[in-house]
Design a protein. Structure first.
Length: 212
């Protein structure tokens, strides 16, 4: 049996401002650092064997807390980045809505295929699942793989790994900052099963928080 844990990064300045990030760089804010510091010791209790992360700054900063708690050296991979959202990156939500209300409505639904210039769902699914296959290949039987990535990219990867139709990603709630997903597979030929979705830890609990 192998567990795959997919962790979203902590809150950023742009998250707080409701500014579209995509693959543009933004920094963890004070709450984001607190979230990462709180979740790290909780996930460390699961004894992950490997730690991979998106190479985006917000993911790397989150992974640094996890790496310290777990005693692991992270592997950074560009395939674990968030969707590219093209010319919409850096825009405030209200600016996007004012310029293109119908497109913005699709964006809010999670249908980012409708965003002009954005990376397509199939492209994100392909790069994410390719990277995750490599992550899992490096985990011994009974081990845990931990990956730090981004909300929409994780949701797309979950859909792909479970073998759902790609549009089913729209039925999943967005993942909170420093929320995580647990997928479990009994053997390499078995299907992935969704074990937990959007688990979170209040940032004031830290190492005293229960696992789960």
């Amino acid at each position: 049996m192998v567990d795959l844990i997919l962790l979203r990064h902590g809150r950023t300045e742009w998250n707080a401002e409701r500014r579209i990030q995509g693959q543009a760089e933004s920094q963890l804010d004070e709450l984001g650092h607190a979230q990462a510091a709180a979740v790290a010791p909780v996930l460390a209790k699961l004894s992950p064997a490997v730690l991979w992360s998106s190479d985006s700054h917000r993911a790397r900063a989150t992974a640094a807390y996890v790496a310290s708690a777990c005693g692991l050296t992270p592997t950074f991979d560009s395939r674990l980045r968030e969707y590219s959202l093209g010319p919409r990156e850096g825009m405030l939500h209200r600016e996007f809505e004012g310029q293109a209300p119908e497109e913005f409505a699709q964006f809010k639904r999670g249908n980012w295929d409708a965003v002009v210039g954005a990376e397509k769902r199939a492209e994100v699914a392909a790069r994410m699942t390719e990277a995750l296959a490599e992550v899992v290949a490096g985990v011994p039987p009974g081990g845990v793989a931990l990956v730090v990535s981004h909300g929409a990219a994780i949701r797309t990867a979950v859909t792909a790994l479970l073998g759902w139709p790609s549009e089913e990603a729209l039925t999943l709630h967005g993942i909170d900052n420093c929320g995580w997903v647990v997928l479990r597979r009994s053997d390499p030929d078995a299907p992935w099963r969704l074990y937990a979705y959007n688990r979170t830890v209040p940032p004031d609990l830290g190492s005293d928080a229960p696992v789960g």
